[in-house]
Design a protein around this ligand. Structure first.
Ligand code: ADP
Length: 350
């Protein structure tokens, strides 16, 4: 750990990282970064790097934990073992359990949980790199992941900390300010300015506390702007995708047709397969049969009338599909029967 700096704020009113006292660290965020999660967000704030994932709403098991009138929100804040200079012991700690609880309570009031009785919404926040202010960073990311998951909310929640160094209040503490400062007050707020989280480590006067709230409000307002901007960008992009949906449909149907259409390779494959010896496995023959049908049906006169060919491919495709499914099912029946006979044989031998 670095030593305590002599001064946190220089004669020009600038902090060690060059920020003014009421300035937050640069922040950037991206949503939809995890394909398996229902919603996700990757957030960088100064040197903090946080990944949040949301799963749900989904049915809660065991059922005895279900709430009859609303969804249950579970939140897990975790610092990766490699997120700080010294290795952090993996698993929950007193600190992470406490942070998980207060952070969940920070965004829970805006989530319309009553719409999903009996369900659970799981929120995970993983701190990949920590540099002070990770609980607030995680709340910001978690809120974005919830929005990305399409979970109905009254509004967004943003979080930020105010601290005191050199007898002066500063917004969004960096690591040395957090470690050696006189106070650290993380807060979370809704877009209406309703405070949903306040913690305080250190001492401030009542006047300083009021001022801290005002500073935090401004910090949260800036963060909320970025959150809204990020969501808007995503949904504008989604609209673009919807416009190009028609093109995609054309592509897909063309792909289906080209798959059903016999290619030169298929025909060659068929000839080759006819040459194969009779010793081939039953299952293999069935697959060949299915292949023959699909090659024969559209007819070899494809060069004469392409349109007619396409029609015939379409008109036969359902029929082929049914046949293939039947063949496929039969192959299972055969295997089952064989298995059963084998079992009986084994029993007799025994
Ligand atoms: P926050 O990250 O929300 O400010 P703290 O004030 O508890 O939470 O922690 C301040 C910073 O101290 C963290 O961001 C992290 O960089 C560092 N830190 C916290 N816990 C540990 C730990 N167990 N080992 C090493 N560094 C830690």
């Amino acid at each position: 750990m670095s030593d305590k700096p002599e001064k946190f704020i220089d004669e020009n009113g600038l902090r060690l990282d060059g920020r003014r006292v009421d300035e937050i660290r640069p922040m950037k965020m991206e949503i939809g970064v995890l394909s398996r999660a229902d919603g996700s967000c990757y957030l960088e704030w100064g040197k903090n790097k946080v990944l949040a994932a949301v799963y749900g709403p989904r049915e809660l098991h065991p059922r005895r934990l279900q709430k009859a009138d609303s969804a249950l929100i579970r939140y897990r804040y975790n610092m990766a073992a490699f997120s700080v200079e010294d290795r952090i012991r993996p698993g929950p700690s007193r600190r992470s359990i406490e942070i998980s609880k207060v952070s969940r309570e920070a965004f829970e009031p805006v989530v319309l949980t009553h719409l999903y009785p009996g369900a659970v919404i799981d929120v995970f926040a993983e701190v990949l790199q920590a540099d002070a202010g990770t609980r607030t960073a995680a709340i910001n990311a978690a809120c974005m992941a919830l929005a990305d998951a399409g979970i109905p909310m009254k509004g967004l929640v943003s979080a930020c900390a105010v601290g005191k160094v050199d007898g002066q209040l500063v917004l969004d503490l960096n690591k040395p300010e957090d470690n050696y400062g006189d106070a650290d007050i993380p807060m979370a707020m809704t877009s209406d300015g309703e405070i949903t989280l306040v913690q305080m480590d250190g001492d401030v006067t009542p006047e300083e506390f009021k001022q801290a709230i005002e500073m935090c409000k401004e910090g949260c307002r800036q963060i909320m702007e970025l959150q809204k901007e990020t969501l808007k960008n995503k949904f504008t992009k989604l609209e673009d995708v919807e416009i190009s949906d028609d093109e995609e449909e054309v592509d897909v149907s063309a792909l289906v047709e080209s798959t059903l259409e016999p290619s030169g390779d298929d025909v060659e494959g068929e000839e080759e397969s006819e040459d194969k010896s009779d010793d081939d496995a039953d299952q293999e023959e069935e697959v060949e049969d299915a292949g023959e049908d699909s090659v024969d049906e559209p007819g070899p006169e494809s060069e004469d009338d392409e349109d007619e060919d396409l029609d015939s491919v379409e008109s036969h495709s359902d029929f082929e599909a049914v046949e293939m499914v039947e063949d496929f099912e039969e192959s299972f029946t055969d295997v089952d029967e064989e298995d059963a006979t084998e079992d009986e044989d084994d029993e007799e031998k025994a």
